[in-house]
Design a protein around this ligand. Sequence first.
Ligand SMILES: [Fe+2]
Length: 268
Amino acid sequence: MYYQAIDGFYPRAARLRGVFDRRFVNPLDTHRDRFVWDFWHVPEEYTYLRTPAFHYFPKAIYEPFHRYLVRWGRENLGCHDISPPWLSCYIEGCRQQPHRDLPHGPLAFVYSLTPKKRQFTGGETFIRNARTLIAPNFNRLVLFNPSVEHGVRPVRGTIDPREGRLVIHGWFVNPRPFWVGPLLAPEVMGAISTGLRDVALRSQERAFISLRLRISKRGTVSASRVLFHTLSARDHSQIARLLEVAKSLRFPPKRSATMLTLPLLIDP
Ligand SMILES: [Fe+2]
């Protein structure tokens, strides 16, 4: 998969958006909250307004979102944290030229707070080889491999920040197994390192794959599936092989089953 888009990601998106709208409602206001934006311009690379998301929003509104995102990443990707996210605003002429993010976490995320009714053109995320442009729909979370060339098409048609492309973005980091159930850490880690010892995965670019395994109380893998991966099409054959090996993992018997999220990094 070149990317994954999750629409309607955060139930309280409107609260985050509301903070931004209120800050700009009176252009003559000189409250210090307004003086936080960096106009980031790297010629031929990046042009947009940015500020650390953590400091921009009131704590009571931002922290629940941050926790929600981190928790989602643990449960669904096996990534245990996120880098400090940016809040970025794109108005007329703002863009990101094609680039790769190196070194950063294994997955980039872009979470959009852009108004539902867009007054501009452009502003879509593009990823090399992905056939579609990814529009910054309100409350959409997009994940992609930051090692693959990507960027943002120039925004055209508005210089009003309240009409611009507004996103919170960063990287999921610290991939490591996450599980719910009675298995203990040394039991999980031991079974994985023994069972996957001889699996040599290869990829053109640095890639990521996360598996969800159901481990029965007898210690066998009773269900397995891929949650998300960033392998390119020509490396897909390895997914079936990995699932085959994952099914043969053996864990100690327990009184009940365990659900394991298993992230793996694949180097070229
Ligand atoms: Fe990037």
